[in-house]
Design a binder for this molecule. Structure first.
Ligand SMILES: *Cc1c(COP(=O)(O)O)cnc(C)c1O
Length: 311
């Protein structure tokens, strides 16, 4: 297998085929007379960049225009923040390797050996990891800390934790536009962490589909955040569901564990932090008769499989 060059990778980033859509023909959906299909963003460019599953899913969508902007600004380095299981850290590390940036990852908490899959991947991609105490990490966006980082890493393009910013919305808008070219859904269902991905999709889906965000975290801050990002325009075509966090961020209860095992057995591998919770929530809503008969629902597989530890 030949290793694609950085230039080829840029070509692919700018002109890539859409990720496929596939039917999810589970009896439970048929029983409710709804059609569910999956937008396979977990497969996005996997063929082009084989070997790992880190630069895919919504993290790919969120990074695309940030990478272009970083290059345009002449930045040679990407610097970002995240927890030890962050898909955004993994994706940024991959992006650095694929597109020719040095990368720095500031990680919450202490270094624990051996590194988990996410962080081991990041280091393999050449990412420099800095471990910050939880207290220091909390202060990462303070002006003083930012000024210090700018001195230490003058050539760096700084991405926020989770990767949500204006450039990220552009990439997520493209995801929504792809869905509308490929299908005609009444609903688009997606896992929600910061809510940045769904915020990018909502304006494009307005008038066509309702966006349902299944929160992977406890709390109900998303609605306000999303409203702020979309302001001054107010949209009515979306809703965040806060009941499906399964105990909190990166927590897993027995029900979720059983669902993920069932889904994998049925040929649909979901990650425990995001997509597993969202699909379980979608099944629950369907069982409760949330969807009008004849509805079409697009479930976005936003990726996240990179972090699953394999023995
Ligand atoms: C980060 C992530 C999300 C959440 O994305 P937000 O834009 O923060 O809402 C959803 N699914 C997967 C697989 C992720 O890695």
């Amino acid at each position: 297998m030949s290793v694609p060059s950085i230039q080829t990778n840029w070509e692919l980033l700018l002109h890539h085929p859409p990720s496929p859509v596939e039917d999810l023909d589970w009896p439970i959906f048929e029983a409710q007379d709804i059609r569910v299909f999956v937008k396979r963003d977990d497969q996005l460019l996997l063929e082009a960049f084989p070997g790992d599953q880190a630069f895919c899913g919504n993290k790919w969508r969120k990074l695309k225009y940030n990478l272009i902007t970083a290059k345009d600004q002449g930045c040679q380095q990407l610097l970002t923040f995240g927890g030890a299981f962050s898909n955004h850290i993994a994706a940024t590390a991959s992006a650095g390797f694929l597109f020719g940036f040095k990368t720095v990852g500031i990680i919450r908490g202490e270094r624990i050996e051996p590194l988990n899959r996410t962080l081991a991947h990041a280091e393999r991609c050449g990412m420099e990891l800095q471990f910050w105490s939880r207290v220091r990490f909390q202060e990462k966006s303070d002006p003083q800390t930012m000024a210090q980082l700018a001195l230490e890493f003058p050539a760096a393009y700084i991405l926020p934790e989770g990767g949500t910013n204006i450039e990220a919305f552009k990439g997520c808008a493209e995801l929504a536009a792809e869905i509308l070219v490929q299908s005609n859904p009444d609903y688009v269902a997606i896992s929600c962490g910061t809510g940045g991905t769904m915020a990018g999709m909502i304006p494009v889906l307005d008038g066509r589909a309702t966006t349902l965000g299944f929160s992977a975290l406890k709390g109900d801050f998303h609605t306000a955040d999303i409203q702020n990002w979309l302001a001054p325009k107010a949209y009515a075509n979306w809703k965040v569901l806060t009941e499906y966090h399964g105990g909190g961020y990166a927590k897993m209860n027995a029900e979720l564990q059983a669902f993920i095992a069932f889904s994998k057995e049925a040929g649909w591998e979901m990650d425990p932090i995001y997509t597993g919770k969202a699909l379980m929530g979608l099944v629950d809503l369907a069982e409760k008769g949330f969807f009008r008969k004849g509805s079409e629902v697009c479930f976005v597989h936003s990726g996240g499989l990179q972090g699953i530890e394999k023995n």
